[in-house]
Write a protein that binds this ligand. Structure first.
Ligand SMILES: O=C(OCc1ccccc1)c1cn[nH]c1
Length: 240
C-alpha cells in the first residue's frame, strides 16, 4: 500500500509514523508513507496557500490550486493507481473499524490535512473521494485524524502485526469489546488472576474470555449488541 499525506506541518509525522509498528511496517516494505508539504505547490514565492473567504467572515480558507497541483504531482508519479483521496474534517463520515477494514483493501490512499476554516469547496467537490471525521469535536488541523486513521489501517495490512490473530480478534473486529488481559505475577498486592486462566484448560479459558467480552460489552456498549452476529454459544452465555 502507498499512502501520501498532504499537510502544512510535515514535522508532526516522523515521530508517529516512524515509531514502533508503523515504522517497522515501512522498513519491511509493507507500506510506503510519503508526507508532502503542499506549500511547495503554492503559486508564488511567498508560498501562499490560504486566503480570505469570499462573502466575508472570519478566518482563512485553503486555496484550491496548491492541493490540486500536489495531488496531480502524485498521480503523475503513479498513474496506474486509483487512490482514495480522503479529506479529514468534522463534517466527514465518522471513522470506525469497518472503514479501517475497507481502506486496508486499497492500494493507494491520499490524505488531505486541512487547517483554518478548511479547504475551498472545490477541493471537496472535484478532488476528494471521501471525507472522514474521527469524532464530534474540532481540532486545529487534519493531521492527528490522518495519523489515527493511518494507524488503524496499516495495522490491518498482511504481515504488519506479528500475530495475525490479534488483529482479527481485536474488539470491534469480533463485534464485542475485548476480554480482560492478565500476565505475571499471579498474585499482585493480593489481587489474583482468575483461576480459570491458570488452569491450562483451553476450552474453559476460551469460554471465560467470550463470556467476559460479552459481559463487558453489555455493561459498557450495549449498542454494539444490536450489530452482533449471535451464535449459539454467545446466546447460551447471554442466558447464563
Ligand atoms: O477537526 C478536525 O479536522 C481538522 C480540521 C479540518 C479542516 C478544518 C478545520 C479542522 C476533525 C475532527 N474530527 N475529525 C476531523
Amino acid at each position: 500500500m502507498r499512502i501520501d499525506v498532504l499537510t502544512l506541518f510535515p514535522e508532526m509525522f516522523p515521530g508517529v509514523l516512524g515509531a514502533s509498528i508503523l515504522g517497522k511496517a515501512q522498513e519491511r516494505g509493507l507500506v510506503t508513507i510519503n508526507v508532502v508539504n503542499f506549500r511547495q505547490y503554492a503559486g508564488n514565492k511567498h508560498g501562499t496557500v490560504d486566503d480570505t473567504p469570499y462573502g466575508g467572515g472570519a478566518g482563512m480558507v485553503l486555496k484550491p490550486e496548491p492541493i490540486f497541483r500536489a495531488v496531480e504531482a502524485i498521480l503523475e508519479e503513479v498513474p496506474e493507481t486509483k487512490p482514495r483521496i480522503i479529506l479529514l474534517c468534522p463534517q466527514g463520515r465518522t471513522f470506525r473499524q469497518e472503514i479501517a477494514e475497507e481502506l486496508a483493501q486499497e492500494e493507494h490512499l491520499i490524505f488531505l490535512c486541512g487547517h483554518y476554516e478548511g479547504f475551498d469547496e472545490r477541493v471537496r467537490q472535484h478532488l476528494a473521494t471521501d471525507e472522514l471525521s474521527i469524532g464530534d469535536y474540532v481540532l486545529t488541523g487534519g493531521e492527528l485524524p490522518a495519523m489515527v486513521i493511518i494507524d488503524a489501517v496499516v495495522r490491518l495490512l498482511p504481515g504488519v502485526l506479528g500475530n495475525e490473530e490479534s488483529a482479527r480478534t481485536d474488539s470491534f473486529a469480533t463485534g464485542l469489546l475485548e476480554h480482560p488481559h492478565y500476565t505475571r505475577p499471579a498474585d499482585f498486592r493480593g489481587w489474583k488472576v482468575p483461576e480459570v486462566l491458570l488452569s491450562g484448560h483451553h476450552a474453559n479459558i476460551a469460554r471465560w474470555r467470550k463470556k467476559e467480552a460479552l459481559r463487558r460489552t453489555m455493561e459498557r456498549r450495549p449498542d454494539l449488541l444490536e450489530r452482533l452476529e449471535w451464535d449459539d454459544e454467545l446466546r447460551e452465555l447471554y442466558e447464563e
